[in-house]
Design a protein around this ligand. Structure first.
Ligand SMILES: Nc1ncnc2c1ncn2[C@@H]1O[C@H](COP(=O)(O)OP(=O)(O)OP(=O)(O)O)[C@@H](O)[C@H]1O
Ligand SMILES: [Mg+2]
Length: 249
């Protein structure tokens, strides 16, 4: 098995007296796509925000590329990128200008040709000169994905990356992620509320509920464990269980 690229141990985030992420531990190996699944408010985005250093964990350790995150933050973040439907970018800049800003921040070379490449991959030609404020939500998502792929990261955190994409571009995005994983060993943490997509994309799934891991394994293993043939049914079973962990086989 390949080496772990992301290691999380006892990760915890409290907001006041509320615990959003509660002692979560997992690893992601090189070239692996890990799906983070769970109901609204389970702690998925909070987990990703801690992995990006956007918020500080209350407790626990994060290691990436074998380096402790808190002491190697800049080096790690230079090799990582993320995309989210809810990402905010300077609204007054055009799509192309925003991509230039990201490229400069990461100190990339061959910026113009890299931008041409992502614009083509996400079919953004017709709105590359548009001001970001005027984008539709799907166009905004494509800009966010283009930004993430532009820097050729080794690890990608994708928080509902296809949530507002039309089926065609969502399918192309999934194919692109898998292609880069195959050719460059990209490591991915992925969230989605689309169970079919979760199953298609994830080598392994972690199910979070109220900040805790309540199930973990391949989609096949998780479905078999709960006696279901459909991941959606497992989701409903787990999400509607009033006492997470109590019914855990
Ligand atoms: N800054 C904050 N202050 C207080 N509570 C917060 C803060 N950020 C998140 N939370 C709470 O933490 C919990 C986890 O939120 P999070 O956004 O991680 O959920 P999620 O699993 O990503 O859900 P969704 O599927 O809706 O995106 C929620 O109850 C949320 O209200
Ligand atoms: Mg979220």
């Amino acid at each position: 098995m390949s080496e772990p690229i992301v290691q999380v141990r006892n990760l915890t985030k409290r907001f006041g007296s509320f615990t959003a992420v509660d002692g979560v531990s997992f690893e992601i190996r090189k070239g692996e796509i890990l799906g983070l699944l769970g109901p609204n408010g389970a702690g998925k985005t909070t987990t990703i925000q801690m992995l990006l250093g956007l918020i500080t964990p209350t407790d626990g350790d994060i290691t990436m590329f074998g380096l402790p995150f808190d002491r190697h933050r800049e080096e790690i973040l230079g090799r990582v990128n993320f995309s989210s439907t809810y990402v905010s970018m300077p609204q007054a800049l055009t799509v192309e200008e925003n991509l230039w800003v990201v490229a400069r921040l990461y100190g990339l070379d061959r910026i113009a040709s890299r931008i041409d490449d992502v614009v083509k991959r996400f079919e953004m030609e017709e709105f590359r000169a548009k001001v970001t404020r005027k984008l539709s939500s799907g166009q905004m998502t494509r800009l966010s994905l283009a930004k993430a792929f532009l820097t050729e990261p080794q690890v990608l955190f994708l928080d509902e990356p296809t949530a507002s994409l039309d089926p065609d571009i969502a399918d192309k995005t999934r194919s692109l992620i898998k292609e880069i994983r195959r050719t460059a060993g990209l490591t991915v943490l992925y969230t989605s509320h689309n169970m079919r997509e979760m199953e298609e994309m994830s080598d392994r799934i972690i199910f979070l509920q109220r900040g805790r891991i309540v199930a973990e394994g391949t989609a096949e293993v998780i479905k078999a464990r709960y006696g279901e043939t459909d991941l959606e049914e497992v989701f409903l079973k787990l999400a509607r269980d009033p006492s997470p962990g109590a019914s855990r086989p």
